[in-house]
Design a protein around this ligand. Structure first.
Ligand code: ACO
Length: 430
């Protein structure tokens, strides 16, 4: 059952020892409103008290009903449904519908949703030309970010962000087009002709066709691999207020269109501490080279020389439930593809790290990025493409967060405060 907003649960009593004044701040959802602190002042014309929270370690920036994470227990739900059940029984497109609309689609709703997305898989020919302007060795994520932003110029109607019908159209467009843009970015790096969408295929089959089709009439990927990719897409659909979702909300809060907002979100995802970590995991496994070098590598991480990529999470202080599903799926994928020798290094890394005091004390467990790269690699995706593979399904989450933000009466343009410790006024030297 969806939670309703309870009345105030109690009051937080605060005594300001500077003035000996007492305040009572209402508590709701185990939270106080930061703006209630503003009444705490020494002098009447003071600005009032703020809370200081670099990197939002303990600040709720919104009320959300999309994704629930219990980081201590390793639990992830989309709209109340456990990720394990969704990954096993539903397709990514059904999950994207759920994330965006709050409920799983009926048969008819799914047919309409799929059709609308298929109607938007093609990109304007000028977009193709624009992508051709990139150097042959441009990172596909750079191309992806820039092309998303460029779409804004093709769809000026997308600026009407407060119009629900306009929003819906951009949602179809973006979910429909991201696989096309991603595949074109890859083909560009190879100097190979772009493959147009094949709407007779499902979402992941079509993406694989645009990526890997060469001379055949119709590309038909191995069903185990296209299903595995579909599950990976489900696992990456949303993850509540992570760095890129927060960026999407923040840019969107100025009523920027969703193409510019999602370009910003994708840029945030690109960083190696976020969605770029899957790429870094593979580079790290390459650097380690062989299983016997693992203890030495772990030691150097503990001594502060770099991080164990794919380990640790701001919210999960337990095994990331997505990593568990991916690890299980790896065997199925490797039954079709060659087993990657790097899997042995990864398993050894995990084994040693999970027993090591340094990682145990800090509750550092494998996250979603630890094993996903090995699967992508086995499926023939180049390492550069890994963050792009993360961005394609995360588009549904970004759009859901964006839409929730725009329809929340309490939200305004995102604008944090600062503690200013620079110079007070001084005159420019003559
Ligand atoms: N390897 C070694 N030590 C680590 C790691 C790691 N991967 N992650 C955290 N630590 C250590 C830190 O050095 C710190 O130690 P200290 O207390 O002695 O200073 C402690 O654990 C806490 O780390 P923070 O950086 O404060 O934790 P934070 O919540 O800010 O960072 C993050 C989370 C960015 C994910 C971090 O764990 C990390 O850098 N991991 C590697 C990159 C990665 O895999 N990112 C993907 C995350 S999942 C995603 O975005 C999809």
């Amino acid at each position: 059952m969806e939670k309703t907003t309870p009345d105030v649960e109690g009051m937080l009593k605060i005594t300001d020892t500077r003035t000996n004044k007492e305040y009572q701040i209402p508590i709701q959802h185990d939270t106080i409103r930061a703006s209630d602190l503003r009444q705490i002042k020494v002098k009447e014309d003071d600005f009032g008290m703020m809370s200081y929270d670099p990197a939002f370690m303990n600040t709720a920036s919104c009320i959300s009903r999309i994704t629930f994470i219990d980081g201590e227990r390793g639990i992830l739900h989309y709209r109340g449904y456990p990720i394990e059940q969704l990954a096993e029984t539903r397709t990514y497109l059904e999950v994207a519908y759920l994330v965006l609309n709050g409920e799983l689609p009926t048969k008819k709703e799914l047919e309409d949703w799929t059709l609308n997305i298929k109607n938007h898989t093609f990109v304007h020919e000028n977009v193709k030309q624009l992508m051709e302007g990139f150097r042959y060795d441009a990172h596909p994520m750079g191309i992806f970010v820039s092309t998303l932003a460029a779409l804004s110029t093709f769809y000026p109607d997308s600026k009407k962000v407060l119009d629900p019908e306009m929003r819906q159209r951009q949602i179809w467009r973006l979910i429909g087009k991201v696989p096309t843009i991603a595949a074109f970015a890859y083909r560009h790096s190879l100097g190979m002709p772009y493959i147009y969408p094949d709407n007779d295929l499902n979402y992941t089959e079509n993406f694989l066709s645009m990526m890997f089709k060469v001379g055949e009439k119709q590309y038909k990927p191995n069903p185990i691999l296209s299903r595995a990719l579909d599950v990976l897409f489900t696992l990456h659909a949303d993850h509540e207020q992570n760095c890129s979702a927060n960026t999407m909300r923040s840019i969107g809060s100025s009523h920027s269109d969703p193409y510019c907002s999602s370009a910003g979100a994708a840029a945030a995802l690109y960083g190696p501490l976020h969605g770029g970590a899957n790429e870094q995991v593979l580079r790290m496994l390459d650097e380690i080279g062989t299983k016997d070098k693992v203890p030495e590598f772990v030691k150097s991480c503990k001594e502060g020389h770099g991080r164990l990529m794919g380990f640790g999470h701001r919210v999960y202080k337990n095994y990331d439930p997505r990593a568990k599903i991916i690890k299980k799926m790896a065997d199925e994928v490797f039954s079709v593809t060659k087993k990657d020798p790097k899997l042995e290094i990864a398993l050894e890394l995990e084994r040693i790290a999970l027993e090591d005091d340094y990682f145990v004390k800090r509750k550092l467990y494998p996250n979603v990025d630890f094993y996903s790269g090995l699967i992508y690699k086995a499926m023939n995706f180049p390492t550069d493409m890994f963050p792009v593979l993360f961005a394609i399904p995360r588009m549904s989450g970004w759009l859901a967060q964006w839409q929730e933000m725009l329809t929340d009466q309490e939200q305004k343009i995102a604008r944090p405060r600062q503690i200013f410790l620079g110079y007070s006024k001084r005159d420019v030297p003559k």
